[in-house]
Design a protein around this ligand. Structure first.
Ligand code: RP5
Length: 162
């Protein structure tokens, strides 16, 4: 049986188009994960239960994405010692700056590793989760090295006109 070590959680179904970029990276790297909608405001009991059971269930990294008053990553970090990677989802009203500020300014003692706003941040969250797990998994480390080398190799030396 595959032990799921990464949880991808998000505040709303509307966050999935962003958060699936984290899932796609984990798929590429062969890392098993679970996905769940957990809203700090709309389903606080679900948030608490997820955080309360995270260690016992074997989760080693939680990727949490939310937009606007984005309290999910910080609240999850307050409830579990499993490292939380926060993804600020881009919002229409304030372009995700609201999400970023809500996630990044944690008080001393309860950190959230905050990524960039939007899809790039979600993809990087997947890579960050893989890098954390790779410290104890040589096969995954090799796959991650290969992924990074392939990206570097795909970058042209010079720009072209189109
Ligand atoms: C947050 O409110 C969610 O993370 C989402 O980014 C935002 C808007 O949610 P919906 O109104 O689209 O469900 O809780």
């Amino acid at each position: 049986m595959t032990v799921v070590k990464v949880g991808i959680i998000m505040g709303s179904q509307s966050d999935w188009s962003t958060m699936r970029e984290a899932a796609q990276i984990l798929d590429e790297l062969g890392v098993a994960y679970e996905t769940k909608i957990v809203s700090a405001h709309r389903t606080p009991d679900r948030l608490w239960e997820y955080g309360r059971t995270a260690v016992a269930r074997g989760l080693q990294v939680i990727i949490a994405g939310a937009g606007g008053a984005a309290h999910l990553p910080g609240m999850m970090a307050s409830k579990t010692r499993v490292p939380v990677i926060g993804v600020p989802v881009q919002t229409r009203a304030l372009s995700g700056v609201d999400s970023l500020y809500s996630i990044v300014q944690m008080p001393r003692g309860f950190p959230v590793a905050t990524m960039a706003i939007g899809g790039a941040g979600a993809a990087n969250a997947g890579l960050m989760a893989a890098a954390i797990l790779a410290n104890g998994d040589a096969d995954l480390a090799a796959r991650l090295d290969q992924w990074r080398n392939a990206l570097s190799a795909s970058i042209p030396d010079e720009p072209t006109d189109d």
